[in-house]
Ligand binder design. Structure first.
Ligand SMILES: CC(C)(COP(=O)(O)OP(=O)(O)OC[C@H]1O[C@@H](n2cnc3c(N)ncnc32)[C@H](O)[C@@H]1OP(=O)(O)O)[C@@H](O)C(=O)NCCC(=O)NCCS
Length: 211
C-alpha cells in the first residue's frame, strides 16, 4: 500500500449504510457472464441478522474517515457422505471502493481477516470467486478435497483453504451456506423491497447534498 493512512476495524452498526453503498458500488463494477443484477448489498444486510454471521470477522477498511473496504464471514458446513457436518467459514461479500482497486486493499483485508479467523480457531474457508485472485492466499479448487456445491457441481471458482492442515480430510461432501445466501438468491420480492428503499435513501441523500 502506498497510502499508510489506513486502518482496519470491526464494522459498527453506524457503518451499515455506508458499507452497503460501498458493496453496491464495488459489485456494480463486476462483469460476469449471465449476471443480471447486483444483490450483494442485500446479502450483507441479511447476513448481519443470520445466526451464522460472525461479527468478530466483519471488518471495514477506513481511509481518512471513509470506509473503502469490507469483508464479512459466516459459518458454513461440509455435509459428509454419512450425513455428518464439518464446520467451515465462507467469506463474502468482499468489497473495495472501485477507485482504489488494484492497490492492495483487498489483499490486506483478506490476509488480515484470514489471520483473525485462524486465531479464533476456525479451521477452513470455502468460497466462490476468481481463481486467479484467490490462489495468492493459498486457496485451491475445493475438488482437491472432494467437496462439491450442494447440487453436486464442481468448478474451478469453488475453492477451499485449510487454516488447519488436514482438517478437510478426504471424505468429500457437499457445501451448505447459511440461510442468508438462500434468501438473497431465492426471494426476489424481498430483494426488490430492500433495493428500492436503498436507492430511495441514496437519492434522498444526493438531493439533500445539492441543496
Ligand atoms: C476483488 C476485490 C475485492 C479485490 O480488491 P483489490 O483491492 O482491487 O485487490 P488487490 O489490489 O489486493 O489485488 C489486485 C490484484 O488482484 C487481481 N484481481 C482483482 N480482482 C480480480 C478478479 N475479479 N479476478 C482476477 N484477478 C483479480 C488484480 O488483477 C490484481 O492483480 P495484480 O496484483 O497481479 O496486479 C475488488 O476488486 C472488488 O471490490 N471487486 C468488486 C467486487 C468483487 O468482485 N468481489 C469479490 C467477489 S469474488
Amino acid at each position: 500500500m502506498t497510502n499508510h493512512n489506513i486502518t482496519i476495524r470491526i464494522e459498527q452498526q453506524a457503518d451499515y449504510e455506508e458499507v452497503e453503498r460501498l458493496i453496491f458500488a464495488a459489485f456494480e463494477t463486476m462483469e460476469l457472464p449471465g449476471r443480471t443484477h447486483t444483490n450483494e448489498h442485500f446479502l450483507a444486510h441479511l447476513l448481519r441478522g443470520d445466526p451464522d454471521f460472525i461479527p468478530e470477522l466483519d471488518f471495514v477498511v477506513e481511509q481518512n474517515s471513509e470506509i473503502v473496504g469490507n469483508i464479512m464471514y459466516s459459518r458454513c458446513a461440509v455435509i459428509r457422505p454419512d450425513g455428518k457436518k464439518t464446520e467451515a467459514l465462507v467469506f463474502g461479500p468482499v468489497s473495495v471502493k472501485p477507485e482504489l482497486h488494484r492497490q492492495g486493499v483487498g489483499t490486506m483485508l483478506i490476509e488480515h481477516s484470514l489471520d483473525h479467523a485462524h486465531e479464533l480457531g476456525y479451521k477452513a474457508v470455502l468460497i466462490t470467486g476468481h481463481p486467479d485472485y484467490y490462489r495468492r492466499f493459498g486457496f485451491v479448487p475445493a475438488s482437491a478435497y472432494g467437496i462439491t456445491m450442494l447440487d453436486g457441481k464442481s468448478f474451478d471458482a469453488f475453492m477451499a483453504l485449510e487454516l488447519d492442515e488436514g482438517y478437510l480430510g478426504v471424505d468429500g461432501g457437499r457445501w451448505k451456506c447459511c440461510r442468508a445466501f438462500d434468501v438473497c438468491e431465492g426471494d426476489p420480492s424481498a430483494f426488490r423491497e430492500f433495493h428500492l428503499a436503498f436507492t430511495d435513501r441514496i437519492q434522498a441523500g444526493s438531493s439533500s447534498c445539492r441543496k
